[in-house]
Ligand binder design. Sequence first.
Ligand code: ADP
Ligand code: ZN
Length: 535
Amino acid sequence: MNIILAGFMGSGKSSVGRILARIMGMEFLDTDKLVAARSGKSIERLFHDDGEVCFRALESDVISSIKGEGKVIAVGGGTLVKEENIRILKEKGLLVHLRVSPQAVASRLAGTSGRPLFDKIGSDMSLLASFMAEREAGYSKADICIETDSLSVLETAEDIAGRFRPSSVDCASTVTVDLQERSYDIIIADRFDDWNKRISATGFKGKLAIITDHNVAPLYLKRIADDLKRSFSVYSIVLNSGEATKTLAEAERVYDILLKHGFDRSSGVLALGGGVIGDLAGFVASTYMRGIAFFQAPTTLLAQVDSSVGGKVAVNHPLAKNLIGAFYQPRLVIAETGFLRTLPMREIRAGLAEVIKYGIIYDTRFFDFLECSSSQILALKPDKIAEIIHKSCSIKASVVSEDEYEAGRRAILNYGHTIGHTLEYIGGYGSIVHGEAVAVGMVAAARLSVLEGFLSYEDELRQNGLIDRLGLPLKYAFGGYDDVLAALSRDKKCVDSVPSFVLAEKIGKVSIVKRVNDGNLREAIDTVLQPSDCI
Ligand code: ADP
Ligand code: ZN
């Protein structure tokens, strides 16, 4: 997680940023300083010699080149004028707007020097106000807005830091997935220091293989392996990250390793990672010696709210994703919300798409809660995150308990996915991540629901407003209607080449519709394919 501070000159971005970084134990970056270093000139000189266009181009380059997590980044006052910058910044972190009034700017900056813009307009209040108004559209896209006029720099930094702290005592919560003899618990807390006891409590005594990837291993593998070694014989397998790992060939490689190290029918597998690791490790567990014990430690939000509930495990076939798989339930899921603090913001937002989906398909009060808490959720406030994971897992668990093998009702979980999957497919998996495709798919599904006469326009606006507020895309300008239609007919859930759609009736209720009007479908798809700057 990175925290990005934006705001007009005089809003305190750099001074607040420096203090906030210290409070949070993060690194501080100032993009103006990086631009100056890269150009070898002061910002004032750069504006004077090369003009604003050149400055903005350099600024965009600098922003794109910032890598990694754990940074507080102050950006220039005009950075958010470019929509592309907003998109890039929101992928990298939580975008915070420090709002300031023209009066406060004038009094804070009076007598200072080295600010070319202020030197030009600072003395003219109405000019200053209209200039600030022009920038408002960009600032309004921030995830969080803080009114700084009456706050000191320290108070502003503490206000932001406070949004990341839990507001109540943090304790573990449990969701039970009720599937008769295959029932299991999902335990959720910021951190567990008794993994060995938790897994022993399931009755498991065998040898344990931890399967993880190259990104997660350096962050968490040692702590968890050391903990588990207190009770089990543990062997770790670290795979490449990314969808390309989810193949039968890779599963075979894991079987070889398990065989070589004496894993037998009493052994087990723990998946420590996101959906890719969960799917592959689960597939291996479901097939090795006709099935061995499976434990899951999801480390992405998507995996914590979605793929760790329901027991779908799979690898990809060259012709289709998740084609070779099974339903195989884990014995226990351990979800540490603390894992999410190292997850890139783009992945956090992507996971939230599935969370919004649960509100729409099942629970209007949960949707209300998401609307009210969106900025705290984006700040990963531990109690709010624990609450959304708990609620999401409970909703998915109750849908799955009713229909473990997706014979009927479980299909409501595909809301936003029919069109979402085709967008992922057309985009070539990678240009748009799953959650983003689901967000765009939900926009199309809601439009279709309105056109088919199921959903009110007001509820469509509410859904899209929340998607936008959580920093997810509403459109995806890739391919045309015909590409989407062709991909739709390849959907594995198609019957006679016609996909069924999950349509919303209102927030909190959906139904499965076998046949929709072709014209309505075209219009719904066209809505999300329009080019947009906010993709
Ligand atoms: P999902 O399908 O759940 O979105 P993936 O398995 O594709 O997840 O993981 C997304 C990316 O995030 C991968 O590159 C993975 O290595 C990385 N990753 C997973 N969990 C974490 C974490 N807690 N911190 C940092 N990176 C992570
Ligand atoms: Zn999904």
